[in-house]
Design a protein around this ligand. Structure first.
Ligand code: FEO
Length: 393
């Protein structure tokens, strides 16, 4: 099969690498592109295709399948279009093929792709399907990050096809990537942007997956993991309740006053032994901000007042932080105003779903003076004390 790549005997990668894609969901920056991984499994009796590709890359998938005469099953682990979008084309070419999905997946595939219900078979949690000498087991893992998601375990070869879970937006020419740190960083970025809001659910799924002997994890984005323990352990830490002695400090400044406060607070926190990750919202990559939020104990938003409220970039960062549901425990706001406004109240409201403790903000009029700097010292020391009280080190 031209362009396909062999994982193991009779198991092939047949997906598409999207080297040039730079934004996902019209929101998420993709500094290193991505891939849509699809896998072909040839059993002695039947052939299965695990997931497909984004509709923009159908022709590449079809070229990889050029010499494949028959496909009996299309395993749809996830109904989102970057993995399911090419299913109609596969069904058109392979007239006897049936789609395998969860009961919730059936409804979503019908809605999003207008598939014929007659060609969809639903499977229960841990149900199996024999391809002859190979057996697929379907493990339901709902809310990763849609309600219908499942992963597929190939028993004889001990491969877990995990779709979005354990994935990374990383375009590479090899099936397996040798720079482990780069995959881990991309996987953390992917987790932060897509999976973090579902962390408590994913925690349970990781325990379920640990019951299986796994030699390889083949996700639907990015390289295949030859060391499943590393990527599972990384995710186990990210979804855990533990946080680091760290403050994430997204900020924006208009005339330099808020910038002075951010610089001073950074120093003061550092003197208190706290790590600070700063993000100037004018230029920052929001993926890096999301990654920093994965294990931070505290967020401090730095914002000037524009008209009568917070700067729109600070509003965006606060809204996003709230939506991503990081395990933050404390928050505060610092900034300067010209003549009035309610920036701190506005940001506090935007973070309301996080159920965290708001520490007294530091808002000054104009350029900060002695009292303002003393207040920033008070805030740094309060954060340090709160971290100590909760054993965050
Ligand atoms: Fe990669 Fe949820 O789609």
């Amino acid at each position: 099969m031209m362009g396909s790549r062999k994982l193991k005997e009779n198991i092939f990668w047949v997906g598409a690498v999207d080297w040039d894609r730079r934004v996902f969901d019209s929101l998420i920056p993709l500094p290193d592109g991505t891939s849509y991984n699809a896998y072909l499994i040839k059993g002695t009796d039947k052939t299965a295709l695990v997931d497909t590709v984004d509709p923009s890359m159908v022709s590449i998938l079809m070229s990889h399948l050029k010499d494949v005469d028959s496909i009996d099953f299309i395993i749809s682990n996830h109904a989102e279009q970057d993995h399911s979008g090419a299913i109609p084309h596969i069904l058109e070419r392979y007239k006897d093929a049936r789609v395998i999905t969860t009961p919730k997946g059936k409804g979503l595939l019908a809605e999003h792709l207008h598939l014929d219900n007659e060609r969809i078979i639903t499977v229960n949690d841990r149900e199996t399907l024999s391809l002859g000498d190979k057996t697929l087991e379907f493990i339901h893992t709902p809310w990763v990050h849609w309600p219908e998601t499942m992963v597929t375990y190939l028993r004889e070869d001990r491969i877990l096809f995990s779709c979005d879970l354990f994935g990374s937006h990383l375009a590479v020419s090899d099936l397996f990537y040798h720079e482990e740190w780069k995959v881990c960083e991309a996987a953390k970025r992917y987790y932060a942007e897509v999976m973090m809001p579902f962390r408590t659910t994913i925690r349970k799924h990781i325990e379920k997956i640990k019951e299986y002997k796994i030699d390889m994890i083949a996700p639907s984005h990015g390289p295949i993991h030859k060391c499943p323990d590393c990527i599972i352990q990384s995710h186990a830490e990210w979804v855990s309740d533990s946080v680091s002695n760290k403050v994430v400090l997204p900020y924006v400044s208009m005339h330099g006053s808020t910038q002075l406060m951010v610089d001073y607070l950074t120093e003061s926190l550092s003197l208190n032994g706290i790590t600070v990750e700063r993000f100037n919202l004018v230029t920052t990559d929001i993926g890096k901000l999301a990654m920093a939020l994965v294990d931070a104990a505290t967020i401090v938003i730095g914002t000037p007042t524009v008209l009568i409220g917070a700067h729109p970039l600070a509003v965006y960062a606060s809204f996003l932080s709230n939506a991503l549901r990081p395990k933050l425990r404390f928050a505060s706001i610092i900034g300067s105003f010209g003549w009035g406004g309610k920036a701190a109240e506005q940001i506090t409201g935007l973070l309301s779903d996080l159920k965290l403790e708001i520490l007294k903000p530091v808002i000054v009029k104009g350029k900060p003076k002695y009292e303002g700097y003393r207040e920033l010292d008070r805030l740094a020391s309060e954060i340090a004390n709160k971290h100590k009280e909760q054993g965050i080190s």
